[in-house]
Every structure is written in C-alpha cells, then in structure tokens.
Design a binder for this molecule. Structure first.
Ligand SMILES: [Zn+2]
Length: 351
C-alpha cells in the first residue's frame, strides 16, 4: 500500500489526539493527588468536607466576575476578613440599652478583670485552627461556612449573662417546673423535657439541683455563703475571697434567665456527690457532654475556657441555646461568648 499524504496527516492527527489524552490524564491524576493530600492533612472527615465546601463557594463567587478582577477582589476580601477578625471580640455589655447602662456595666465588670477577658475572632479562629490543623484563614472560612444562618442574638435563647454582661434588671418570664419543683423558663419546656427523657432512656436519672434563680435570691445566697465562711472562722477578707470563688455575683448569674440548669445524675448524688468537678467522670455527666447539644443544650462552662466565660469548669451546668447553635458550639468546642463573636463577625462581613 502506498503511504499517501492523506495517510501522513491522518497519522499525525491520531498521534496528537493520543498525546492530548495522555497529558490530560496525567494532570487529572496530579490534581486528585493534591486533593487527597490536603484532606489527609486537615484531620477529620468534617474538616475535609467543610473546607471543600468553602473552596467551592469561593470559586463560585470568583466565576461571577472576570478572572483578573476576581483574583484581586478575593485577595482583598480575604484581607478584609482577616482585619475584621482582629476587631470583633467576645461580647461586652450587650444588655445595655443606654450609654449610662453601658457605663454602669463597665464599672461593675472592672471588679472581675482577673476572671474574664475579651477574645477576638482571630484568636478564636487560631484556637480552632490549632485543634483541627488548619491555617487561621481556613479555620475562619470553615467556621463561617458551618455557622447557623439568620441568628437573631436578641432572641431569648441567646441571652448573654456573665461578668462582662451583667443584668441590671430582673428578666421576666413564664415559668415551667422541673420534676423537683424548680422553676425555669416555660419557653424551653419541650426541649428540657426531651433532654431529661433522653437521659432516662439512656439509663440516667438527672436531678435538678438548681434552675431559675432571681438576682435577689442569688444576692441572699452570696450573703449566706459569706456569713457561713465567717462562722467557720475565716477573716472577712478570706470569707470574701471564698465567696467570690464559689458564688456567681448576683447580676452575673445565668440562672436568672431560666435557661440554665444544674444537673447531677443520681448515680453521683446517691453516693454523696455534689456540685464539684469530680462529677465530670460520672457516666451521666459524660452522656450529657456527648448528647445535650442534640436537645439544644450546651455545657456552658467547659474546662480550660474560664478566661472566656468567667467561670471555672462546671460539668453540671447546662444552658439552652437551641439545637443548631448547640450542635455548632459542641462541634468546635466553643462557648456561647465565642458563638456571639462569630455571629457578629459573619453579620459584619455580609454588610
Ligand atoms: Zn449553674
């Protein structure tokens, strides 16, 4: 057979086609290897799926404008995000409705400067980044991607009461009553009942040691405690220090919201156990720590977060925030204070 010009051209086209396929295949394999490498380094399934969704959403927004413009605008968007993360902090005086109230709260909080500090969103992201093996920017993107949407921080379930956000007036509410007769906010009756029922199903009877307390009751509580220390022979200064260590100041007790419960399993109370951190190793405490978020409750004062919350570890104190917020807070080992900062951060970014 004669090798014609047509045959030569045909052969060249076929070779080029095979070469193109080969190059495409090699590049495809390399891209996949990079993807696999990045998800291995990111620590967990949750991390890799969320960081992929963050990548998807950033590339989607990039497609909206032309290539060059989008590259520079997304770089400046990242800069803006990182700058904003340095300025938004855990909340201060959020209950103040006037300048005077804010000033009164600042005076109040000054007495507790050693107990509680503010943290920036950047610091919160650094902490999450360290835990998950991410960069600060990756942690911020992931925290934003997973944050519940349309959170209204003025809703009852997010009420913030701590030493930087004291109550100046007594919150009012309709009460429901726990099995032991302890009052709490009736708005969360279905959630509270579901939590107690689920614990019972798992084999744990939870005793409500305390639920709602008024500011006045807490003030009396503190006075009784102080008097009791004096009665035990402590000096006035010692009695005051002990009281401050073991009693929440009257205006900074979350129990005033009716959303908080001090819960102890009867396996602990039946052997004389009380509100001390030895409770943490009891099976009912571990069940609460692993499951309360699915009923809308968070461990409000986690271990190692006392400079953020203003309170030492309390394995018995659970607080209602709603299922979405509770699951998010649980997933990232956050506190309500940090959740506040992240919601404010997200809102500021979208403005
Ligand atoms: Zn409590």
């Amino acid at each position: 057979m004669k090798f014609t010009r047509f045959h030569k051209i045909y052969l060249i086209v076929v070779l080029l086609f095979i070469l193109t396929i080969g190059i495409y295949d090699v590049r495809y394999k390399m891209t996949n290897q990079q993807d696999a490498g990045s998800s291995e380094s990111s620590g967990s399934q949750v991390v890799s799926s969320s960081s992929q969704s963050a990548v998807v959403s950033s590339s989607e927004s990039a497609e909206e404008s032309s290539d060059d413009a989008s590259a520079s605008s997304s770089a400046s968007e990242v800069e803006e995000m990182l700058a904003l993360a340095e300025t938004i902090t855990t909340p201060v005086a959020v209950n103040a409705t006037t300048d005077q109230a804010a000033a009164d709260m600042a005076t109040y909080s000054a007495d507790y400067a050693d107990d509680i500090q503010t943290y920036t969103v950047a610091e919160i992201a650094d902490s999450v980044a360290t835990t998950l093996g991410l960069t600060q920017e990756e942690a911020l993107n992931q925290l934003l991607a997973d944050l519940p949407t349309d959170v209204d921080l003025t809703a009852t379930q997010y009420q913030m009461v701590n030493k930087l956000n004291p109550l100046l007036t007594e919150p009012t509410m309709t009460f429901a009553y726990a099995g032991s007769g302890k009052p709490y906010n009736a708005e969360i009756e279905p959630a509270y009942t579901a939590l107690i029922d689920a614990a019972a199903q798992a084999g744990y009877t939870l005793a409500v040691i305390s639920a709602h307390r008024t500011i006045a009751y807490q003030a009396q509580n503190i006075q009784n405690g102080y008097n009791s220390y004096l009665g035990q022979g402590y000096s006035e200064a010692e009695a005051l220090e002990l009281t401050n260590s073991y009693y929440a100041p009257a205006e900074a007790s979350e129990h005033s919201t009716g959303l908080a419960f001090d819960l102890l399993g009867t396996e602990w109370t039946s052997v004389g156990g009380s509100l001390d951190d030895g409770y943490a190793s009891q099976p009912s405490a571990q069940w609460l720590a692993d499951n309360a978020q699915d009923y809308g409750f968070i461990l409000r004062y986690p271990e190692g977060k006392d400079q953020i919350t203003g309170y030492l570890f309390e394995p018995w104190h659970y607080r209602y925030v709603g299922v979405e917020a509770a699951q998010y807070i649980h997933q990232y080992d956050l506190t309500l204070e940090e959740f506040y900062a992240l919601v404010n951060f997200s809102d500021a970014l979208s403005q």
